[in-house]
Structures are given as structure tokens and as C-alpha cells.
Design a protein. Sequence first.
Length: 409
Amino acid sequence: MKPLFFITCAFIMASAISQATASIQESFPWHKSIEEAQTASNQSQKPIMLYFTTDWCGWCKIMEKEAFSEKQCIAQASLYHPVKIDAEKEGAALAKKYQIEAFPTFVFLKPNGEVIATIAGYRKPDEWLERISQLFISPSELDRITAILKQNPNEPQANAELALRLIGEGKIDEAKSKLAISRAAQHKSPEFARALSNLGQIIARSNLAEGIALLEESLAQNDQSSTSVTFERIIMANVYANKGDDNIPIYPKVLASEFTSPELKEKVARSIKSIEYTPQLATPEQVIAALIKQLQAIPNRDPYYFTALFYPETPISMPLERSNQTTLLYTSVPDLIRALGIDDFATKLEVKKQEVKIERNIVAARLELSMTQTLKDGSIRTTPYVLNLHLLKNGPRWYISSFHMEPIK
């Protein structure tokens, strides 16, 4: 039988995921098959959205919980004909056709089957919404922009709007030329700011300096609709380029901006506080030891410190027992912290065996754990677990990038 602490964790997280899944099933406009979507697309002339996932994809489940239950995302999806495809089952041939190598991946098709764009990897709701909203432009809207540019090829607003769509279609060089026209006219508009931000995010993956310059140019527009997401894109670009320290001078600007979202301000406040912890987390062994300590039943646990151990959006997978069968539950660090906060069972963890393999800036760790809990009836239960961790080095310290726990049978 599973220790009650993990039953409590699983109940909280499973409830949230099941509620989100129910919302998806009721509200997200999925088609039952690609053939059904193709027929509907031929009739409506709306694009098809193929969503490739797998049973084991933790990021997919997090995205379904977050983005697919958002009303704005659902509304935007109604502009497409979406199909959910398991890339390892009925969709294996399609996954091979479209060269799907990561999950989740979205492939957008015109009614004639031509690929409009491919979006690979997890996206937060606002980023996913922003990204897919650029892919579909109605014929009437395109006619309006085309008519304006036919009359005046240098009209800055129409060029900014067209650039936004071109970026969504992956036509980067064309988008750059359109933005150059708007820039030369010293144009300011929400569309121009968003186009600069979207382009900067894409370019930063291959050329950090150029990408950051575009993102900062977007910030200079002081646009309410794009400022917060642009700040976050700068922060994440530096993090993924292993230059997290470059974000330190950006944090005060994020906190001072009137257009920064409360959620991002809270994250930045945590990041500022986590800087204090850097000397304590300079080696993988220090991070692992801190994690084990934080998983114990300790009074006044500091959620900032616990969060500081993890890389942004680290997926968590934990065992969940249902009908005498153990399945994996995929969740997030905030939900795990919430569950830890109601641990009434005096949980104690003891590391029986620890293996740490370091290769440059990546670590794989395997821990065999013994979990002991005092149950409400006074009895004591001990259960063995194995915890697999991956850690990444960013700047002067290490972060947990994946957390996978399962019982030893």
C-alpha cells in the first residue's frame, strides 16, 4: 500500500489534472481523426492543427492542464481543426511523415495539406496563444493588408501586421524586411512590438545577441500587451544560453514596469531571493542533499528555497496507485510544494544508495530511498523508492531539470 503522504500528493495533483482533462474533453474542439479534420477543413478553409503527444510525455500533460483549459486558448483553437495524435500508436506513420522528434509538437496544415508551421516543445498558455494566433489570417484580413500595401508599400502599420504573420509562418527574412520599413518610419504599435518580440525569441536560439537586441527594441515600445512576455523571453533566452547571471540587472526593470504581470513579478522576486542560495547549491551533491532535506517533514519549509532547487518548469513524475496498479502522475513543482505543505505523517527519507554521473554540465543521479512515515493510528510504515534526477548547470550553480520517482518492487 502506498504511504499516505504520496496518496495525499497524488489526490491533490490528480484532482487538478482530472478536472483539467474533463474541461478539455468538454470544451476543446478536437476532431476524432485526421480524416474528419481534413473534411471539415476543406469545407471551412480553416487550417488543421495536429497535436502530437505520447502516453509518457510529462510536458504534454502539463500543457494540457494549463493551456488547453484556458478559455482564450480554446477560443483560438476554434479557428483551426485540431486533432490529438498519439505518435507511438495510431499516429506513428504521421509522426514519421512530419519528422516529429520532440513532444509536444504542433503541425499546422493548410486545407490542401501544405505545412504552414511546426511548433515543437512546451509553451505557457500566453506564449502558445500568441504563437498560434499569428498563423491564421482570414482572407478578408489579408485582402485589407494587401490593399493597403498595394497603395503604399511603405505603410508602417500594415508592414508590422504582415511581419507578425510572416514570423508565424516561419518566413523570417521576409518578416525582417517588413519590420525594417516600420522601424525606418519610427513606427509604434502593439503589432510592431509583438512582431519584434516574437522575432527576437526565435533568433535568440541561434544568435543570442541579435535576439536580445530585438527583444529590447520591443520593450522600448512600452506596449502593455507585450512587455511582460518580452521580459520573460529575455530571461529565458539567457537561462537557456547558460547566462543566467545576465538577468540580474534585468530584474529591477521587470519589477519597476507597470506592465509586468503579477505572476512574472512573483517569479522574479523568487529568482532574486534564490541568488542568496547560490553558494549552497554550487555542486550536484549539494542540490541533491538539499532536495532530500526539503522532502522531509520539516516545520516552516521555505517554498522559495524549494523552488530554487529546480530549473524553470521542471516536470515531476510520481507514482500513483489506482485499483492495485501503479501509474505515473505528471505534475509540477508548485503542486508538489502544495502537497508537501500538508504532510501530517512525519515523513522521513533516508538515502540508501546514491549514484551520480557527471558529464560536463549535465548530471544523472539515481537514489534508492527508504521512506518512513508515522500514520494517524500510530503505526509506522516504511517503503522503498527509487528517485531518478537530471541536473543542469547554469552559471555558477546546478538545478534539477527532471524528477522521476517510483516504488521499488
